[in-house]
Ligand binder design. Structure first.
Ligand SMILES: N[C@@H](CCC(=O)N[C@@H](CS)C(=O)NCC(=O)O)C(=O)O
Length: 206
């Protein structure tokens, strides 16, 4: 059986949710992050989650690969779209945007400024600019969601499972992010899904 390595509340929550949405026979293993003795270092040399051990010695990493791979284990699922369709490319486009612009370019410097400067006095400035970038990234999503409930094709997909995780992280920041009404609505609809509730419960977040 494959094993999905996750950390409670981390971006791996999206893959965990998809496993539950599709009722996939995948073992969920929670690991600690940023500790040298965590088992994640044996699985993913980068020490990051999500990491999907497909079989002994075969590990798939990166949300942008793990989410589509999981969805393709259930061909025909409404969470994704068939190969060669525009909808599939649109779902992948949003996953790319979330991974690059929202996670890596914005949340990472906001949460881990020490990775951008060893000078602690620079950290408040890095955080402030990261928050500006994060707001811009979410304003783009807000505009897109103004006349639709989900990111692509009027139905919940793996891109929404992923966006819901980042939208839930916004609640820790508040301020201008509370004005993003469409994002808030998506977060509420995401939170109401039984698979999201089940994953949050297992991760000890309810
Ligand atoms: N580009 C990776 C980023 C994964 C990532 O940064 N995961 C975080 C949790 S949200 C992590 O494992 N951080 C631990 C670390 O960087 O040491 C992806 O999209 O899967």
């Amino acid at each position: 059986m494959s094993t999905l390595y996750i950390a409670p509340g981390a971006c791996s929550l999206a893959s965990h949710i998809v496993v539950r949405e599709l009722d996939l026979p995948i073992h969920i293993e929670a690991v600690a992050l940023r500790t040298s003795d965590s088992p994640i270092h044996r699985i993913n040399p980068l020490g990051r989650v999500p990491a999907l051990q497909v079989e002994e010695g075969v590990v798939l990493t990166e949300n942008s690969a793990v989410l589509p791979y999981l969805a393709d284990l259930k061909p025909g699922t409404s969470l994704f779209a068939p190969a060669g369709t525009l909808e599939r490319a649109q779902i992948q486009s949003w996953i790319g945007y979330l991974a690059a612009e929202v996670h890596t370019a914005s949340f990472r410097p906001l949460n881990r400024p020490e990775r951008y400067s060893a000078d602690e006095t620079a950290h408040p400035g890095i955080r402030a600019q990261a928050q500006v970038q994060l707001l811009k990234a979410f304003e783009h999503i807000e505009r897109h969601l103004t006349d639709r409930q989900w990111l692509v094709g009027e139905r919940y997909t793996i891109a929404d499972a992923y966006l819901g995780v980042f939208a839930s992280w916004l609640t820790r920041i508040g301020g201008p992010f509370e004005q993003l009404i469409a994002v808030k609505k998506l977060r509420e609809n995401w939170l109401a899904r039984p698979a999201v509730q089940a994953a949050l419960k297992v991760e000890g977040l309810l």
